[in-house]
Design a protein around this ligand. Structure first.
Ligand SMILES: Nc1ncnc2c1ncn2[C@@H]1O[C@H](COP(=O)(O)OP(=O)(O)OP(=O)(O)O)[C@@H](O)[C@H]1O
Length: 272
């Protein structure tokens, strides 16, 4: 089981700090959503959590150990990553891409065993992409590729999964399928999942905790009910939306304010 912590992290590109003093913790069985406007630092945080980017200050801890001291292989056995724009070899089939998830588990100069092949195939079935197994990755749509890369992360069998906009290229039906699957994996296998998610309503529905980021700084951290309030959302994203309570789930739901465009008056603000 994996506890993943950011401890007072500052992240920079060159001399420019883009994330400052970021602290939060994700625990097993919890999905944590990174939410915030474009350019607020979500992808940069994901990069630091998988040690692609070294912090200027602060530490990333896996079960209390500084991630900087883990070997590449140890890290790959602990955390898998679904990037926003995966760079994949176009000549590979979808199955070969998913099988790559087994690489950290192979010995030196060893090929995949039948067990590795079974695990990769099962991950494809769980993600509903088995029908693409023999197709080259260059022949798949953006949404199909995204699902294949999620299958690769599951095949890696790590206790932590980081996802940068996992539903960005998916239609609403697939968004729900993918988030249902991640939620089920998270709950049943006690995984620790951190995902950058733009859609605040999906984030509120699926995540136990949210990290709300404004200009690279932590604006709020807590449950969706604590974090998604009209006041917080307007302060971070601007005044165009309001938060009401979803009639079925009781969770916060974000809608545009009624504007003069469709003849209405701005709505009274609720739930702040
Ligand atoms: N490689 C880079 N070099 C320099 N600056 C960068 C680099 N990558 C990102 N940035 C800058 O860092 C800031 C944070 O970017 P980041 O991609 O983390 O934001 P984000 O919240 O993921 O945005 P989005 O929601 O648009 O994907 C932005 O100002 C961006 O321009």
């Amino acid at each position: 089981m994996l506890t993943l912590e950011m401890e007072n992290i500052t992240l920079a590109y060159g001399s420019k700090d883009v994330v400052r003093n970021m602290t939060f913790t994700a625990i097993p069985g919890e999905m944590v959503g990174l939410v915030g406007p474009n350019g607020s630092g979500k992808s940069t945080i994901i990069k630091a959590l998988c040690h692609v980017l070294t912090p200027k200050r602060g530490r990333v801890l896996t079960n209390g150990h500084d991630i900087a001291h883990l070997s590449f292989k140890e890290l790959a056995k602990t955390i898998s990553v679904v990037p926003q724009t995966p760079v994949l070899p176009s000549a590979f089939t979808a199955f070969e891409i998913v099988l790559m998830g087994r690489n950290p588990h192979l010995g030196m100069f060893k090929y995949e065993s039948k067990k590795d092949i079974d695990i990769a195939w099962e991950a494809m079935e769980r993600c509903g992409v088995q029908q693409f197994a023999d197709r080259h990755i260059s022949e798949l749509s953006g949404g199909e590729i995204q699902s294949v890369v999620i299958a690769r992360a599951l095949a890696q069998e790590t206790e932590g999964i980081l996802l940068d906009e996992p539903t960005a290229n998916l239609d609403i039906g697939r968004q729900i399928e993918v988030l249902d699957l991640l939620k089920e994996e998270c709950t049943n296998r006690h995984l620790t999942i951190i995902a950058a998610i733009h859609d605040l309503n999906l984030a509120a529905h699926y995540c136990e905790k949210l990290v709300l980021i404004k200009n690279g700084e932590l604006y709020a951290f807590g449950t969706p009910r604590d974090v998604i309030t009209t006041e917080n959302i307007c302060n971070v994203y601007g005044p165009g939306s309001y938060v009401h309570t979803h009639p079925l789930s009781g969770l916060p739901a974000v809608l545009p304010k009624v504007s003069n465009i469709n003849g209405g008056e701005p709505c009274a603000i609720q739930g702040s």
